[in-house]
Write a protein that binds this ligand. Sequence first.
Ligand SMILES: Cc1cc2nc3c(=O)[nH]c(=O)nc-3n(C[C@H](O)[C@H](O)[C@H](O)COP(=O)(O)OP(=O)(O)OC[C@H]3O[C@@H](n4cnc5c(N)ncnc54)[C@H](O)[C@@H]3O)c2cc1C
Length: 392
Amino acid sequence: MHIRFSEEDEAFRKEVAAWLDDALTGEFAVLRGSGAQDQTAHVEERRAWERKLASGGWTCVGWPREHGGRGLSLSEEVVFHEEYARAGAPGRLNHMGETLLGPTLIAFGTEAQRKRFLPPIVAGDEIWCQGFSEPNAGSDVANVQTRARLEGGQWIIDGQKVWTSWAAFSDWCFVLCRTDPDSKLHKGLTYLLVPMDQPGVEVRPIQQITGDAEFFEVFYNEARTDEDHRIAQPGDGWKVTMGTLAFERGVSTLGQQMLFRNELQAIIEVARSNGKASDPIYRQRIAEAWTGLEIQRYNALRTLSSKDATIEPAGMITKIYWSTWHRKLGELAMDVLGDESELLEAGPYQPTALQTLFLFARSDTLYGGTNQVQRNQIAERALGLPREPRPA
Ligand SMILES: Cc1cc2nc3c(=O)[nH]c(=O)nc-3n(C[C@H](O)[C@H](O)[C@H](O)COP(=O)(O)OP(=O)(O)OC[C@H]3O[C@@H](n4cnc5c(N)ncnc54)[C@H](O)[C@@H]3O)c2cc1C
């Protein structure tokens, strides 16, 4: 693995920084400093921000040019994410479209589907959410019970999804459905693209401990989508879903790490101002946090620059490592704040940025595959230990 920034990369860095600095003014100034945890604040400004980014060619920067992306090299992508975080630019409203659905369509979609769905993602015009999890299908996503049947050239969908991030702000959802009613587990599943704005889709927010409600229950009651909004063949949904989840654990973590850097910096500033930076115990913990961040960065670069990032053992530790690290960072933030960690920003319940970090990071070890599930995979796939018992 060789990631060195060339003179061209450094020139590109200046270009990105200058564009962002200029763009995050006027109506977008309010978004400066709102990172990933600032989940549902300023949704309209963030929707407009997607289009603003698109106007400068800064969406889908890692996609190939033939699919409307900017075709950046890995080092340029790293530079872009670094500068994006350094500028304090907001968490991306169309994260799911750009990093999950787009690459899935590029890998599994038809030419007509790519033509229909990729340009509005690039333009920031259509926002996407992910409809995999259900009340009885989380870690065990193969247990999906939401059904779809084909009638008169349309899929009719019935069932319930849960924890669907951004559902209320999304135009489309990629939904995993059971289309063979007699099938079990991985078989008989189909991957459908479903418009959210229709009478058969009901979205209910779930209040989180952060006070926010960035995820939702979504009820599909005779919801409809066109027959050709199916990715791959009926029954191939499991294969496509595994592809999407591999993207989730892939390149999208790079931008996230840059946000972590800002959070660590904020904690260091608190430690400097309240004297904890001189306390040997806190100095140790801060140095340890920084070390963990550097390890994440090198591991991410190493796995992304190799051909098969998801299957290699190095790729398999990415999710468990960053999520556990981030959860501990939240705990460090609270300890560094000391008594102040119990004071809200404002009433009746508005946590500060660091409190939100602490609370939201509890979920990092759940979504995208829980720590326990990650450890199972490492045990089985990296170490060749016996498979865990599974239902017959
Ligand atoms: C903030 C957030 C956003 C999310 N966004 C989305 C989204 O946009 N779309 C979507 O589809 N889903 C989303 N999810 C859902 C997420 O994918 C699930 O929470 C996750 O897959 C775990 O499933 P579960 O919550 O049903 O827990 P369960 O699978 O019921 O697990 C409960 C506990 O049992 C453990 N466990 C389960 N199976 C095993 C096993 N085989 N061995 C050992 N331990 C096990 C788990 O590790 C966990 O501790 C989101 C979740 C969160 C927290």
